[in-house]
Design a protein around this ligand. Structure first.
Ligand code: NAP
Length: 290
C-alpha cells in the first residue's frame, strides 16, 4: 500500500449513496502503480450539501473529483467552465481545479466509445437501438453521434418521458436522426439494430435472471450485431448471454467504467494511467476471472 503523508494530494468521488462506488478501487490501484503522491476517496455528499461541499473542496485544495448520482446535473451551475461534450450530454462526471475555478467534463462518452473502437465498422451505416433514456443513455446518444451513427432509436416505457427526452436534443444539433419508441415496438425494431445498448438497470445484481428484452424478442437480434450492456455486475448479464446465443458480439459495462475512469485520471494527473491495472483491480474486486 502506498504511504499517505502530509504532502499527499486529494482526489475523490462525490455522490449519495457512495459507499458502493468502485471508483476508489481502480483509481487507487492506478495511483499505486504510477507511484504518484495522491489518494482517491469516496466522499458522501447529500444533495442539499453540494454547494457547501464544493466550497470546502476549494478550502482544502482538492485537485479534482468524479461525480455520480445524484449530482451530475446539479454540479453544472457551480462550475466556471463546462466542456462541449458535457454540455451535449447535459451532465458532468469529472471536475478539476483551474486558475479560474472548477472545470467539468463528461468522460462517460469516451468510456462508452472506447470498446466499440476495436470494431472496424462503417458507423454511418449503423442503426443504434438504445434501451432506456436516463442519464447514461444521454452519454450513449452523444457517443453514438461521435462515432458517426446517423440513426438512433430510443426505447422507453413512458410516452411523456420519451417525448421529453427527444425534445431535450432539439437544440443540440446532433448530426443524427433520433426516434423514440415504446417497448411494444421492440419486436419490429430489434432486427434493424446493428448496435443495441441496454442502459436500463434491468438485470443488474441481485436481479441477475432478468433481461430488459423478452427471450422471444431477442431471437430477432441480428447475427453479428453488437449487444452492449452498461451493467457490470453480473458479468455477463442475462441480456448479453441471450445476445451471445443469437451470434451477436457482446460488450459489458466494465470497460466503460474503466475507460471513463482512466480518462478522468489522465485529466487530473496529466499522465496516461495504467488501464490494465485499473481493469484488473476491478475484476479482482468483483471476483471476475482475469
Ligand atoms: P437512470 O437515469 O435511472 O435511467 C434508467 C433508465 O432505465 C430510465 O430510462 C428508466 O425508465 C429505465 N428503466 C428502469 N427500470 C426499468 C424497467 N424495469 N423496464 C424498463 N425500463 C426501465 O439510470 P442511469 O444512470 O442512466 O444508469 C442506468 C444503468 O447504466 C445502471 O445499471 C448503471 O449502473 C449503468 N451505468 C453504467 C456505467 C458504466 O460505466 N458501465 C455508467 C453509467 C451507468 P423510467 O424513467 O421509465 O423509469
Amino acid at each position: 500500500m502506498q504511504l499517505i503523508t502530509g504532502t499527499t494530494k486529494l482526489l475523490g468521488v462525490i455522490g449519495a449513496p457512495i459507499e458502493h462506488s468502485l471508483s476508489p478501487v481502480m483509481h487507487n490501484a492506478a495511483i499505486a502503480q504510477m507511484g504518484v503522491d495522491y489518494v482517491y476517496l469516496a466522499l458522501p455528499v447529500k444533495p442539499a450539501d453540494l454547494d457547501v461541499a464544493i466550497a470546502g473542496f476549494n478550502a482544502i485544495n482538492l485537485v479534482g473529483f468524479s461525480i455520480t448520482i445524484p449530482h451530475k446535473q446539479a454540479i453544472i451551475p457551480l462550475l466556471s467552465e463546462v466542456s462541449p461534450v458535457a454540455k451535449g450530454v447535459g451532465a458532468v462526471n469529472t471536475v478539476w481545479r483551474t486558475n479560474t475555478g472548477w472545470s467539468g467534463t463528461n468522460t462517460d462518452v469516451e468510456g462508452f466509445i472506447a470498446p466499440l473502437q476495436a470494431y472496424n465498422r462503417d458507423w454511418s451505416q449503423t442503426t443504434s437501438v438504445i434501451l432506456g433514456h436516463g442519464g447514461a443513455a444521454r452519454a450513449v446518444v452523444v457517443g453514438c453521434a461521435q462515432l458517426g451513427c446517423t440513426e438512433i432509436h430510443v426505447v422507453g416505457r413512458n410516452v411523456q418521458k420519451l417525448s421529453q427526452f427527444q425534445q431535450s436534443w432539439e437544440n443540440a444539433s446532433l448530426p443524427v436522426t433520433l426516434k423514440v419508441h415504446l417497448w411494444e415496438e421492440l419486436p419490429q425494431l430489434l432486427p434493424q439494430g446493428d448496435l443495441v445498448v441496454n442502459t436500463t438497470p434491468v438485470g443488474m445484481y441481485p436481479h441477475v435472471e432478468q433481461s430488459p428484452v423478452d427471450v422471444t424478442v431477442m431471437q430477432g437480434l441480428r447475427e453479428g450485431a453488437i449487444a452492449y450492456d452498461l451493467i457490470y455486475t453480473p458479468n455477463p448479464t442475462q441480456f448479453l448471454r441471450q445476445a451471445q446465443q443469437q451470434g451477436a458480439i457482446t460488450i459489458d459495462g466494465l470497460e466503460m467504467l474503466v475507460q471513463q475512469g482512466a480518462a478522468a485520471l489522465k485529466i487530473w494527473l496529466g499522465q496516461t494511467p495504467p488501464v490494465d491495472i485499473m481493469r484488473q483491480s476491478l475484476q479482482q474486486h468483483l471476483g471476475l476471472s482475469t
